[in-house]
Design a protein. Structure first.
Length: 118
């Protein structure tokens, strides 16, 4: 007996926080990319996302967490990628001071493992 995945007529979407990361991402053949930024309220207009396997890749900072929180309000099953402590620590040479903290960030829907405090 074996498990298989039902073929789909669409590709798994990945929401990407910044345009810099969006342009760097080389996943064009395996997913739909959409630079999220703070326009995640537009997800409400895409009801098919509620049943899709949606990924989110954002910066490990207050803005990335705030955008993930907002996205989860519409797409609760969204799964973050590369937003964990192991990824953060593996790229310490790239750390910068966050120039402007997100002052009104809600993070109730962000898991502790997605917002490491280092």
């Amino acid at each position: 007996m074996f498990a298989f995945r039902t073929p789909r007529t669409y590709l798994d979407p990945i929401l990407i926080e910044s345009f810099d990361s969006f342009n760097w991402c080389r996943l064009a053949d395996c997913c739909q990319k959409w630079p999220a930024r703070y326009a995640v309220s537009a997800l409400k207009a895409l009801p098919w996302l509620r049943t899709a396997e949606v990924l989110y890749w954002g910066d490990i900072d207050t803005h990335g967490s705030a955008i993930l929180d907002r996205a989860r309000k519409t797409v609760p099953q969204i799964r973050s990628v590369l937003m964990d402590e192991a990824t953060l620590l593996a790229h310490q040479s790239l750390w910068v001071q966050e120039p402007l903290l997100c002052s009104n960030a809600e993070t109730a829907k962000v898991r502790p493992s997605e917002s490491p405090s280092v």
